[in-house]
Design a protein around this ligand. Structure first.
Ligand code: SF4
Length: 315
C-alpha cells in the first residue's frame, strides 16, 4: 500500500512555527505513524502571513461564531485567517487527504473544546479553532483527531482504522467504476463494519444487495458515506466479542472440543477486559491459516492496520 496522505498541524512535526518560536513535536506521529503516512503540514497562523515569534491569540465572543483576536494588543485576525483558510481548503482538495491531525487547544487549529473568552475575560471551553472549523465543514466525512485525543488508545485505534479503511476505499475509487468493485470491497470489510456498528452492517448489506438497481454514482456516494459513518461509531468489547463468536462459527466442523473451549474462554476474557483484543485475534488468525478458511482469510477485521502499531494491545 502507498503511504496514506494526512494533513497535520505543522508544529506537531517539530517545526518552530508556534507563537513563541517553539514547536510541539509528537514522536508517535513522526516516528511510528509516520512510517505509514505522508504528512501535508498546515500552519494557519504562519501560512496566512504572521511572523514567528508573534503575539499569542485567543477566541472571544459568541462560542458559535467567535473572533480570533491577539491577547495583548487586541488585533482582530478573523477575516485574514478565514480568507486564507477558504483558499487553503480548496487547495487541499487536490491532495487526496485521508484525514487530518490537529494541534489540540489552539484557537486556529484545535478541533474541539477550545477556550472562547467572553467580555469579562472568562473562558468557556466550547469553541473550535478557526481553521479547523472551516476544514471540517469543507470535508465533513474525513477522519479528524487531535494529538491529545490520540494519546487515548481507543481513540487512536479508531482513527487509524478509519484512515486505513479510507485509503483502501480510495484505491477502489482509483479503479474503473464497477458494482463488482464495491461488492468486493464490502465483502472484505463486513466484519470490520459489524465490529463498529451492527446497524450500518445491516443497511450496507441491503445497499450492496440491490447494487444493480442503483446508478453507479449513487451507489458509490451512498456506500462511501455509510462506510465513514459506520467506522466513526466506536467498537466495544461487547461488539468485538460478538464478531469473534461469529467468526468461531466458521470453524464449527474443524475445532476439537478443547480448542472450542479455549477459544470461548479467550473471547470471554477479552469481553471482560482481562486481556487485549490481539489475543483472540491471534488465535483466530492461527485457525484461519491452519484450516485455510477462505472467507475469513479475506476479512480486513483480522488485519486492519500494521501489527507494528500495536493498536490492539491495550485493555
Ligand atoms: S497550533 Fe496551528 S497555528 Fe499554532 S503553530 Fe501549530 S500549526 Fe501553527
Amino acid at each position: 500500500m502507498e503511504k496514506i496522505k494526512l494533513g497535520i498541524s505543522t508544529c506537531l512535526l517539530g517545526e518552530n512555527v508556534r507563537y513563541d518560536g517553539g514547536h510541539k513535536l509528537d514522536r508517535f506521529l513522526t516516528d511510528t505513524l509516520g512510517q505509514y503516512v505522508e504528512y501535508v503540514p498546515v500552519c494557519p497562523e504562519v501560512e496566512c502571513g504572521l511572523p514567528v515569534p508573534r503575539e499569542s491569540m485567543h477566541l472571544e465572543g459568541d462560542p458559535d461564531f467567535p473572533r480570533l483576536v491577539t491577547t495583548r494588543t487586541k488585533q482582530d485576525m478573523t477575516d485574514r485567517l478565514v480568507k486564507w483558510a477558504q483558499r487553503r481548503v480548496a487547495q487541499l482538495e487536490e491532495e487526496g487527504l485521508c484525514g487530518f491531525i490537529f494541534k489540540s487547544n489552539s484557537p486556529s487549529s484545535g478541533m474541539e473544546r477550545i477556550k472562547v473568552y467572553n467580555e469579562k475575560g472568562m473562558p468557556v471551553k466550547k469553541g473550535v479553532g478557526m481553521f479547523a472549523r472551516i476544514f471540517m465543514e469543507h470535508f465533513p466525512l474525513l477522519p479528524v483527531e487531535d494529538e491529545g485525543r490520540l494519546h487515548d488508545p481507543k481513540l487512536r485505534d479508531n482513527f487509524i482504522e478509519r484512515i486505513f479503511a479510507l485509503k483502501r476505499w480510495r484505491e477502489v475509487l482509483g479503479r474503473k467504476e464497477s458494482r463488482g468493485n464495491v461488492v468486493d470491497f464490502h465483502a472484505r470489510h463486513k466484519l470490520l463494519i459489524l465490529s463498529h456498528s451492527p446497524k450500518h452492517y445491516q443497511t450496507m448489506g441491503k445497499l450492496v444487495a440491490k447494487a444493480k438497481d442503483l446508478p453507479l454514482t449513487e451507489l458509490y456516494q451512498k456506500y462511501q458515506t455509510l462506510l465513514m459513518e459506520s467506522l466513526y461509531a466506536k467498537t466495544s468489547p461487547r461488539k468485538n466479542a460478538n464478531v469473534l463468536q461469529h467468526m468461531m462459527g466458521y470453524f464449527k466442523e474443524q475445532l476439537s472440543s478443547d480448542e472450542k473451549q479455549e477459544l470461548l474462554e479467550v473471547i470471554e476474557n477479552y469481553r471482560k477486559e482481562y486481556i487485549p483484543l490481539i489475543v483472540p485475534i491471534t488465535l483466530i488468525n492461527h485457525y484461519v491459516r491452519k484450516y485455510d478458511q477462505p472467507y475469513l482469510r479475506e476479512q480486513v477485521y483480522l488485519n486492519p492496520h500494521p501489527l507494528e502499531l500495536q493498536l490492539r494491545n491495550h485493555v
